[in-house]
Design a protein around this ligand. Sequence first.
Ligand SMILES: Nc1ncnc2c1ncn2[C@@H]1O[C@H](COP(=O)(O)OP(=O)(O)O)[C@@H](O)[C@H]1O
Ligand SMILES: Cc1cn([C@H]2C[C@H](O)[C@@H](COP(=O)(O)O)O2)c(=O)[nH]c1=O
Ligand SMILES: [Zn+2]
Length: 284
Amino acid sequence: MLSILRMNSLISPAVSAFSPHIGKPNFSLAFLSLASSKSIFCSPKSLQSHDLDPNLCPPRPSVRALQARAVQMRGPRSSSGEIHVIVGPMFAGKTSSLLHRIESESSNGRSVAVIKSNKDTRYGLDSIVTHDGAKFPCVALGDLSSFRQKFGADAYDQLDVIGIDEAQFFEDLYDFCREAADQDGKIVVIAGLDGDYLRRSFGSVLDIIPLADSVTKLTARCELCGRRAFFTLRKTNEKQTELIGGADVYMPVCRRHYVSGQAVIETTRSFLEESQQSQTVQCG
Ligand SMILES: Nc1ncnc2c1ncn2[C@@H]1O[C@H](COP(=O)(O)OP(=O)(O)O)[C@@H](O)[C@H]1O
Ligand SMILES: Cc1cn([C@H]2C[C@H](O)[C@@H](COP(=O)(O)O)O2)c(=O)[nH]c1=O
Ligand SMILES: [Zn+2]
């Protein structure tokens, strides 16, 4: 409750960062708005009404000092940075949606680049390919922190839009996206699996949601009943989290068929494990 009261008192309605008159959030205004509020210069104790006497607060910094500080905090191009996240099971159209966005940004005259993980070598390393065969040139990397140096610092500076496919495979996703959008003013569009075949959070994809301007969860068609599919079922016995593959290994399924399919796979696995063990005992 106390923090809600403080928040309310810190945002002046006339110059709110989310004022409809301004359109896009303007964080330098937000900073000035926050900084010019009385309570930011007072200790928490000043929330008590008898302490709200302006004489008890330290002197306010000049507007010029606040502006300089706001520019310093804002960084060079942060007002145009954005992060858009596309998640869903396999075959949901994540890569297609990423490519669509990248192509439309490119035809609007923006400079674009697409990164994919070098763990997936199925279609070569120089293009990303959707499940229905659409292609786009890309840079394949093991980690995102090497992108600037591999792409070239000058070329990086010229980029407006960065697409990242198979985001679940990048451990440094959070730091890269934050820096690209907040510091370098890039529009970052990320496509990846939110969950693995056991429906556990996959890599760092969910960690970037607090950084995002938008999050879209796409669905595929359940291969067993045609209803909307939210999950990816692994059809084989392999247990490791990362296992590159397509329709040979995975299928998109609805909740009902995930639960029944997973039960069949687990029963089959334990049956195979048991029969292997008994064979070993008999042979030994
Ligand atoms: N069960 C399915 N449900 C939906 N699309 C499927 C299915 N199987 C194959 N596809 C094809 O996959 C395409 C999506 O491919 P892609 O964009 O590569 O998906 P994702 O990146 O999410 O795996 C669809 O347009 C469709 O042609
Ligand atoms: C569910 C799941 C998937 N993978 C792998 C399989 C594919 O190589 C990619 C996903 O590609 P897509 O563009 O989303 O079709 O991830 C994995 O390694 N582990 C899993 O649990
Ligand atoms: Zn189904």
